[in-house]
Design a protein around this ligand. Structure first.
Ligand code: PLP
Length: 389
């Protein structure tokens, strides 16, 4: 293939994405993560961040970050098994284990890498089976595909179908994979039933609670805390730090044996530079606020209620979600883009989520709330939606 024809192929794909209203672009922020931001040079009221508790720009996190940067510098310099595992990393792993009620936790640099690393460490051949909810996050899908295990996808939250699929085949190792809170829908997985099925079929159960950690449960320990599920019920809990905890990175929590095994085998943990120690120190500060400032979750719930009541009165197609992810289902990518653009013109940023992130014909505005939003912010969103929907 000549250079020209290679580039032509790329340009054809880009053009096709444009005509199908699937083209994506970045926005440039000139302010911290918070409801009122400067984006692309304009003031914007933002309803699409995952900073659910409003901690990304909290003074306690900034001060912990600064102090650790003074003490440890900026870069971690190496992988955890080399010289990159610092005291703040160790303290954070211990704090995360205590927070989630698990024996031990292991830090990863991102949630995407955590999912790839955990799944690929556990599944090693074609006689292994991975059972994945159809609406799982892309990183779980990719983790299953990369593992080389046979991938069985079951209809969203359909436990009868999952049960049938589990009965249909024998596996060397079986792993059930699910989002805790579904990232683009906001509903939650039936984790109690999943735990029973996993036990019945001697399968591993892994819950990716990226959006539940911080937002659900009495102390913010997520969906499994809210549902009272222990390490025995759900042996693999994965959570991210870049959303409600306001920093960056991820962790897996489980038994000491599981974590030791991952330390020896999870390639995305072994062969990568540890996250900066100052991030771990900031996350420790964040964990304290998550656990002690219950008002953040209470305020979030009040905002969600206010939005759902107002949106229902306006006849907006909401989805069945009780979490800070409150999508408005539009269907066509073109219409979702149109509405997103109109809101942007009114100074409100809500991104349109389109295929392949969501299934065909289910494009949506993924509205998210933060404890830093006010009732007036929500009112402004509702007024703009009334005008433009
Ligand atoms: C459910 C879920 N899992 C994993 C990830 C990836 O986490 P990270 O952004 O830390 O890579 C995300 C989103 O980013 C997510 O929504």
């Amino acid at each position: 293939m000549t250079n020209n024809s290679k580039i032509t192929r790329l340009l054809t794909e880009l053009e096709s994405r444009r005509t199908r209203h699937l083209y994506r672009r970045t926005h440039i922020a000139d302010s911290p993560q918070q409801p009122h931001m400067t984006i692309d040079g304009k003031p914007m009221l933002v309803f699409c961040s995952n900073d659910y508790l409003g901690l990304a720009n909290h003074p306690d996190l900034i001060s912990a970050f600064r102090q650790a940067a003074n003490e440890y510098g900026v870069g971690s310099g190496a992988a955890h098994l080399v010289s990159g595992h610092s005291r703040p990393h160790q303290q954070l792993e211990e704090a995360l284990a205590a927070f989630t009620g698990r024996e031990r936790a292991l830090l990863f640099s991102t949630g995407y890498m955590a999912n790839l690393g955990i799944v690929n460490a556990l599944l090693t051949n074609r006689n292994d089976l991975v059972y994945a909810d159809r609406l799982n996050h892309a990183s779980l899908v990719d983790a299953g595909l990369l593992s080389g295990a046979k991938m069985v996808r079951y209809p969203h939250n359909d436990m009868v179908s999952l049960g049938k699929r589990l009965r249909a085949q024998e596996a060397d190792t079986a792993l059930i994979l699910t989002d805790g809170v579904f990232s683009m829908d906001g509903d939650v997985a039936p984790v109690k039933k999943l735990a029973l099925l996993a036990r019945e079929h001697d399968a591993w159960l892994m819950v990716d609670d990226a959006h539940g950690i911080g937002t659900l449960g009495e102390t913010g320990a997520g969906l499994l805390e809210a549902e009272g599920l222990s390490q025995d019920d759900v042996p693999i809990l994965m959570g991210t730090l870049g959303k409600a905890l306001g920093t960056a990175g991820a962790f897996v929590a489980g038994s000491n044996d599981l974590i030791e095994y991952l330390i020896q085998t999870a390639r995305t943990w072994i062969y990568t530079t540890a996250q900066p120690p100052a991030i771990a120190a900031a996350t420790l500060a964040s964990l304290k606020l998550v656990q002690s400032e219950n008002w953040r979750r209470e305020h979030l719930q009040a905002l969600i209620k206010q939005f759902r009541t107002g949106a229902t009165q306006l006849g907006l197609p909401l989805m069945p979600s009780a979490t800070p992810i409150q999508p408005i289902l539009i269907g066509s990518s073109e219409q979702a883009m149109h509405l997103s653009r109109k809101l942007e013109e009114s100074g409100i940023l809500v991104t349109a989520i389109r295929p392949p992130t969501v299934p065909p014909n289910t494009a949506r505005l993924r509205v998210t709330f933060s404890a830093a939003h006010t009732a007036e912010d929500v009112e402004r969103l509702l007024t703009a939606l009334e005008k433009h929907y």
